[in-house]
Design a protein around this ligand. Structure first.
Ligand SMILES: Nc1ncnc2c1ncn2[C@@H]1O[C@H](COP(=O)(O)OP(=O)(O)O)[C@@H](O)[C@H]1O
Ligand SMILES: [Mg+2]
Length: 250
């Protein structure tokens, strides 16, 4: 069992308080939803957790590891992976190679990167990468260039790439955005499978049916502040959440 613990986290951009005193935990095998209006600080939370941005105050711990003292690549090695709201794939490389590159994060030296020794022999890694590509529904596209994929396929490849780092926790930034209903149904079972494998998930998402269906708990942000957290049934009925985000019709 691992725990991702966020304490007292704040981030200011000049005079703009994008995050204020945020506290939460995510446990292994649990999905915490992070929702809120545009600009409420969801992506900033992910950026600060992964040290793409350094926090103004606060601390992020993954078990005994203080992530806030680490560089982005060390954080991935500790077991925290993410996807990006604006996709970051190597468009000129194959689907399989995009996944293979992520596996090298655990190789500290150039030589071991070439041999990929710390995670296992080359053959094992290649099989693992192929399995991930297939698990994310891209088996037929394994050797296609990432740039030639549809938007929904690219979003799936992003998650496969994050999973290739063998994370304990994964942070998903709007995985359903731009997906059709069929793809969202598929995504829902893929996220459930990730949870079942014991990985803890922070899910930033606007698709409320997906969020309400699969999250164990939900945290709601507004103007960088937590305005509610709890199980989906309670969040859906919370007057402050309805007022600021869900709307009266929900
Ligand atoms: N790098 C940045 N520099 C300045 N302001 C930023 C930066 N990133 C985000 N912001 C601002 O912080 C606030 C929160 O943004 P963001 O976390 O992207 O919101 P969300 O993902 O919830 O839509 C917004 O007002 C946004 O304009
Ligand atoms: Mg965002």
């Amino acid at each position: 069992m691992s725990v991702l613990k966020v304490s007292n986290l704040s981030k200011a951009f000049g005079g703009l308080q994008a995050l204020a005193d945020l506290d939460f935990i995510v446990n292994s095998g649990e999905i915490l939803g992070l929702i809120g209006p545009n600009g409420s600080g969801k992506t900033t939370t992910i950026n600060v957790l992964t040290q793409v941005l350094s926090p103004s105050t606060g601390e992020v711990m993954l078990d005994a590891h203080r992530l806030t003292a680490m560089k982005a690549n060390q954080i991935v090695r500790c077991g925290l992976a993410r996807t990006f709201q604006n996709l970051r794939l190597f468009n000129g490389h194959s689907v399989l190679d995009n996944v293979r590159v992520s596996q090298t994060i655990h190789c500290p030296t150039l030589l071991s990167r070439l041999n990929a020794l710390p995670m296992g022999p080359e053959r094992v890694l290649r099989l693992e990468a192929q399995e991930l590509v297939e698990r994310f529904g891209l088996g037929k596209r394994m050797h296609a260039l990432a740039g030639s994929l549809s938007y929904g396929e690219k979003k799936r490849l992003e998650i496969a790439r994050a999973m290739a780092t063998r994370p304990k926790f994964i942070l998903l930034d709007e995985p359903a955005a731009g997906m059709n209903t069929l793809e969202i149904n598929w995504l829902q079972s893929a996220i459930r499978e990730i949870r079942a494998s014991g990985v803890g998930i922070l899910l930033v998402e606007h698709h409320m049916k997906l969020v309400m269906d699969i999250c164990d708990r939900i945290l709601v942000l507004n103007f960088g502040k937590k305005i509610a957290d709890g199980p989906p049934e309670l969040i859906a009925r919370d007057p402050a959440v309805i007022e600021s985000y869900l709307g009266k019709a929900h």
